[in-house]
Ligand binder design. Structure first.
Ligand code: ADP
Length: 155
C-alpha cells in the first residue's frame, strides 16, 4: 500500500490543507495527517480539537487517518513504515522553506520521498494564520475552512 504522511499543525484545518489531501488521494492509497506536537508552541486549538476537526472532515473517507507525534517527522514516518511525505506549496517563499526541510528529511530518512502539490488559485492565499485572524474577529469562514469544520469553530 502506498501511504503518505501529511505533517503540520493544522491550527486549524483549512480549505488549503483539504485541497492538498483530496488531490493527494489520487496519488496515494492512504493519507495520514500527522499532527506534530510541540509543547513550546502555543496553538489556538488544543490537540484533541485539531484531531476532531480532521476526523469530522474525513468521516466518510476511509483512506484518511490522523495521528499525532512528538519529535522528528522523519522518525515518525520511519516508525510508521510510510515512504512518502506530502506537502503543499503556495508560493516561492513556501518553496524555499520546503526545499530545506525536504533536504534535511532526506538526510535523516533516505527512505522518505517528499512530494509537493501546488495550491490552486483559490487556496494560494489561505493559511492557518489568516484563518485564526478571521476567527478572532468572528468573520465568516466559508472558503477558508472546510464546511463540516466551521460549526466546530463557531459553536
Ligand atoms: P506547518 O506548521 O508545518 O507549516 P501547516 O498546518 O501550516 O503546518 O501546513 C501543513 C501543510 O499544508 C504544509 O505543507 C503547508 O505548505 C500546506 N498548506 C497550508 N496551507 C496551504 C494552502 N493554502 N494550499 C496548499 N497547501 C497548504
Amino acid at each position: 500500500m502506498r501511504s503518505a504522511i501529511f505533517p503540520g499543525s493544522f491550527d486549524p484545518l483549512t480549505t488549503g490543507h483539504d485541497e492538498i489531501v483530496r488531490r493527494g488521494l489520487a496519488l496515494f492509497d492512504e493519507i495520514v495527517f500527522a499532527i506534530g506536537v510541540n509543547i513550546a508552541k502555543q496553538t489556538m486549538f488544543d490537540l484533541v480539537k485539531r484531531v476532531n476537526m480532521i476526523k469530522t472532515c474525513y468521516r466518510d473517507e476511509s483512506r484518511v487517518r490522523v495521528e499525532t507525534y512528538e519529535g522528528l517527522t522523519a522518525d515518525f514516518a520511519r516508525n510508521a513504515n510510510i515512504g512518502f511525505l506530502l506537502r503543499g506549496l503556495r508560493n516561492a517563499m513556501d518553496l524555499e522553506y520546503e526545499k530545506s526541510i525536504a533536504a534535511v528529511n532526506r538526510r535523516l530518512n533516505p527512505g522518505l520521498e517528499t512530494v509537493f502539490l501546488v495550491a490552486s488559485g483559490e487556496n494560494a492565499h489561505v493559511s492557518s494564520t489568516i484563518v485564526r485572524e478571521a476567527i478572532r474577529y468572528r468573520a465568516a469562514l466559508d472558503g477558508l475552512v472546510p464546511a463540516a469544520v466551521i460549526p466546530m469553530i463557531y459553536s
